[in-house]
Design a protein around this ligand. Sequence first.
Ligand SMILES: Cc1cc2nc3c(=O)[nH]c(=O)nc-3n(C[C@H](O)[C@H](O)[C@H](O)COP(=O)(O)OP(=O)(O)OC[C@H]3O[C@@H](n4cnc5c(N)ncnc54)[C@H](O)[C@@H]3O)c2cc1C
Length: 518
Amino acid sequence: MEADICIVGAGAAGISIALEFLNTGYKVILLEGGGFEYDDRVQELYSGKTTGQPYYPIKSSELHYFGGTTGHWGGMCSLFDPIAFQKRDWVDKSGWPITQDTLIPYYKRAHINLDIDTYQFDLEYWQRRDPTLLSLPFDDDVIWTKIWKFSPPTRFGTKYKDTIVNAKNIHLYTYANMVDITANETVTKVNSVTVKNFAGKTHQVNARYFVISCAGIQNARVLLAANKQAPKGLGNDNDLVGKYFMEHIEIKSAELWLKEKSELKLYMFASPRVQGELAIMPKKQAEHEILNGIVSFTPLEIAKKMPSYIQLWSKADPRENEKQVNDALGKIYKNRLARFLESFKSEKSKNAHQAFQMTMRLEQAPNPLSRVTLSTEKDELGVPRAALNWSFTSLEKKSIRKIYEIIGEQAGASGIGRVRFMEELWDEKDQALPTTTSGGWHHMGTTRMNDDPKNGVVDANCKIHGIQNIFIGGSSCFPTGAGVNPTFTIVALSIRLADHLKEILKASGSSLKSTKSV
Ligand SMILES: Cc1cc2nc3c(=O)[nH]c(=O)nc-3n(C[C@H](O)[C@H](O)[C@H](O)COP(=O)(O)OP(=O)(O)OC[C@H]3O[C@@H](n4cnc5c(N)ncnc54)[C@H](O)[C@@H]3O)c2cc1C
């Protein structure tokens, strides 16, 4: 099989790249390990061991079929702020080789793929539309309200299936798991990838350019496993593949007690699907040398009934976990989250609360001990399984405490109420995070982006350093994670990568003729 571009993995990243090549005259092969529906035999290929801070079973933390993990993502979208891209002296290994400005045109295109109704992340815009969306009366130099928008959430496997299947120049192969990557002798160019199915049949796919977009843990795994020519794994000359694995730490860590009951409407799901969360101004982050952390609110009486995600998402089968989460939400919201959300729009007094749970989503500092490696055990197709060690630096707990201190000071100074820390934060010397600490199922950093091959696996165009024609799609390229869910940025970065590929294809001459038999 031969193509101009071979994309491996049809999730948010892979499908976004393929869509950019629709009707371009370039022949694209899209390899997807799963079928169009969930299949536990395929999902089982993801199984692997975890150590360190308790984490979700690897098998159920990403989805292995067409559409990828968008099959059950939540749709929360916001921009990575300018500070997230900057080198911060107090965060080792921080700094992207691109800025927020580089990504803005691509965020604008990505919001269409993700069906976000309006590209507007400006608080004043929403307050002009609805003056009842009041922000908390805090000092603007210290705290600001960050705006979230929501994808419905778009299920890539459902929404884009027909477009991909019917495209003349995109050749989709399902149940085509990539099991190896073969380079030339000097390992400066990839010649082919090998796919294998459960019948043991293998195929070689040759292409001018390859994109690996198998999700944050699997991207590292497939590169490390491609070790017959590069013994440490492809792109791993500097021992960076799999290293610096990052998640978003999600932790219910403090309460806001108000003097007078309030709806905090802006900070709940306000219509039309916009939500505010508290963030710390960049100058204050620098002054206190802390990470990006963003704080959301839930009425305390409701939050207390909801176990943490790490408790609910404990099974290897992702369908069981989804059911556990829905059952837990159902118990609280009488089976319909939507009905609960609706209640916020009616009966004013019922929606006002005295106490709110604050939940923080915190970026993780890059940490060499937090990493994906290969296990000695192999999956059914003969590929070594992934092993994950999730661990933190001292900066995470310090940042959580400091962010709540700042919010507490503001709550006191403005006279609206008080902040109460959870007990696990009381001891300043204790750097451990509680076992109820959850992640957002966001897998970042394992093929980090940096201009210098000694500090990054890929360059600013997501190309693996030292190899001419292989690129990585997805959040594994993020050198740091901001305090924001990753998929909007993954799609933006993927569209940018597609533009870059088009440019180099154009410069390098004619395309292969694409004849497709469906
Ligand atoms: C419960 C849950 C809720 C979430 N909520 C949010 C949210 O609200 N907001 C947000 O931004 N993010 C959210 N996420 C994360 C989001 O789903 C991911 O960031 C996103 O799907 C990642 O896109 P991707 O293309 O990199 O990986 P995926 O979407 O996982 O796609 C990877 C694809 O590669 C295929 N593949 C893997 N290995 C191989 C192989 N060897 N050969 C061939 N194909 C292969 C897989 O089958 C899959 O189709 C959530 C995740 C979960 C689990």
